[in-house]
Design a binder for this molecule. Sequence first.
Ligand SMILES: [Zn+2]
Length: 282
Amino acid sequence: MRIFDPHIHMTSRTTDDYEAMYAAGVRALVEPSFWLGQPRTSPESFFDYFDSLLGWEPFRAAQYGIAHHCTVALNPKEANDPRCLPVLDELPRFLVKDNVVAVGEIGYDSMAPAEDAALATQLQLAADHGLPALVHTPHRDKLAGMRRTIDVVRESALDPERVVLDHLNETTVKEAADSGCWLGFSIYPDTKMDEDRMVTVLKTYGTEKMLVNSAADWGKSDPLKTRRTADAMLAAGFTEDDVDQVLWRNPVAFYGSSGRLQLDTPAPGDLHEGNSILRGGE
Ligand SMILES: [Zn+2]
């Protein structure tokens, strides 16, 4: 089984996770830039973070046979902090990089006016750079947040076919599907969406344009949720081909529209800028 995790924050994960993911079949992933759990106080913190998503993290993933790509953006939460807004002006120099396969995560957190502006600006940047967009739908007030998101997408220059609405669940999937966007589901332990509910959604809505991710990060999460969903699909009577479509071909098609996906097993290489994963350059 080959698995592509279309949304996982490996910066927050360990080498044990990389090892377990490879053993479970994960061969490719996309790491969206996101909120790090505490506020950043200057744009430069973002730029160093984007550079690590473009350099160190793909190097680390390659040590474990996994192809790593990323998305960059000003995340919805920090779009509310005026100190961070200059990030928007500098994004173009990151969006031209080979390993950037989308603009994201963008979207709404608390649905404040500053978030409206950041979302619209970044959808335009995606259109300008020929990139798709990864749009996070809010965890609170989900349906209203998603409707407002779809309105902004419709008013943007970006085709809904190039947008994934992520963190969907049973309350939002129908309207999201009607919008023409791709449908993203984050499978979490204990809360929100789980793998059995995901299987029911797939039975109801089919496997087209469906993206399943672990969204694993610094919070309680499980980087093997993609594999667990694949196993739950097989147990429920889906075929190997259905699993391959949802866990591999769909994310390849979505991010492949960037023209930048490189899916051959990466050569590990010994060093990144003189440093190895053995504590620097020992
Ligand atoms: Zn995320």
